[in-house]
Write a protein that binds this ligand. Structure first.
Ligand code: XMP
Length: 325
């Protein structure tokens, strides 16, 4: 952890020099990468960093509240934007996976640009001011995009909708030389809470790509309750760090016949998709203990009345992907 301390000190020094008395903005996703990147920048420039967390209405049960609690303790200037209605209205009637992603990406940029204007927009024209965006880019992302190591941790960026013409954006990417496990070590060194440091990966589009079919508030509510049970039981079994991810998927357009008490039911199936992985490029289906699978299945069918069947996905990646969409 000497190395981690060195990395933090070195980055803090670099960022102070580069940002001077400028301002920086960071979009927090709830994930560990953006949180650690922002925490380093916060250490360097304090409340001249503004963090924005966009609630798109497709987070898991209690997640936005948890993220808010965790982030408020760390970041002095945190802007939590509730954009659920905006996102869910834009997604209404859309079932195609790529279309969903496109709409979510577009609405995210809109929301974030509004935050950019709030933070930087008062800069008068003609000043050629420089504003900074913080991103949690890791070494594998750099390599993938052909950037190479050892490059400067700042590169220019062209996403300035609605801002003064001569306002230049630069990226701050303090994690550019690090792998995921090193990012977690830096996060621990910075004293970030374990819920933040050890959070499993969660896709940007959230539960939206775990509802197969159109996304509605009602379907989100069903999936949230089933997902909460699966996560709770995984944690109770002490397996959070052994399992890479545990997506729970709602087959919203499928119904099957079941029986509960002496009542015929006609409900939706829920798919459990626990996987192990090193880097999400490949994955194996996780051999969860059967008693855990049994508890999850019994609880979901007892507690989520809209669901009458629980199935488990035993496909590795490839040929399957981790997510169903
Ligand atoms: P797949 O499903 O392609 O997922 O095996 C690989 C990893 O990426 C996550 N994932 C996403 N993350 N935006 C994200 O930020 C997305 O649109 C997205 N789609 C998949 C997935 O959860 C897994 O960790």
């Amino acid at each position: 952890t000497w190395t981690m301390l060195n990395i933090i000190d070195e980055q803090v020094e670099l960022i102070r020099r580069q940002v001077g008395d400028g301002r920086a903005l960071c979009a927090l996703s709830g994930g560990v990468d953006s949180a650690v990147a922002a925490a380093i920048v916060e250490r360097a420039i304090g409340d001249r960093l503004t963090c924005v967390y966009v609630d798109h209405g497709m987070m898991r049960l209690g997640e936005t509240e948890q993220v808010k609690r965790d982030f408020e303790a760390v970041f002095s200037d945190l802007d939590v934007v509730d954009a659920s209605d905006q996102f869910l209205d834009a997604l209404s009637g859309v079932a195609d996976p790529e279309q969903k992603r496109k709409i979510i990406g577009r609405e995210f940029i809109r929301t974030f640009e509004a935050a950019e204007v709030r933070v930087f927009g008062d800069l008068s024209e003609g000043q050629a001011a420089v504003a900074y965006l913080v991103q949690g880019t890791l070494y594998p992302d750099v390599v993938e995009s052909g950037g190479g190591a050892g490059a400067s941790n700042i590169k220019s960026h062209h996403n300035v909708g609605g801002l003064p013409d001569d306002l230049r954006f630069e990226l701050i990417e303090p994690l550019r030389t690090l792998f995921k496990d090193e990012v977690r070590a830096v996060g621990e060194q910075l004293g970030l809470p374990p819920t933040m440091v050890w959070r499993q990966p969660f896709p940007g589009p959230g539960l939206g790509i775990r509802i197969i079919g159109e996304i509605t508030r009602e379907r989100l509510d069903i999936l949230r309750r089933a997902d909460a049970i699966a996560r709770e039981e995984l944690t109770a079994a002490g397996l959070d760090r052994d399992i890479w991810q545990f997506p729970v998927v709602l087959l919203a357009d499928v119904r099957s016949v079941g029986v509960q008490g002496d009542q015929r039911t006609y409900g939706h199936p829920i798919v459990l998709r626990p996987v192990t992985s090193e880097d999400a490029m490949t994955a194996d289906w996780a051999r969860l203990p059967w008693d855990l699978v049994e508890r999850v299945s019994t609880r979901i069918t007892n507690e989520v009345l809209e669901v009458n069947r629980v199935v488990i996905d035993v496909t590795s990646k490839p040929p399957g992907t981790i997510e169903w969409e």
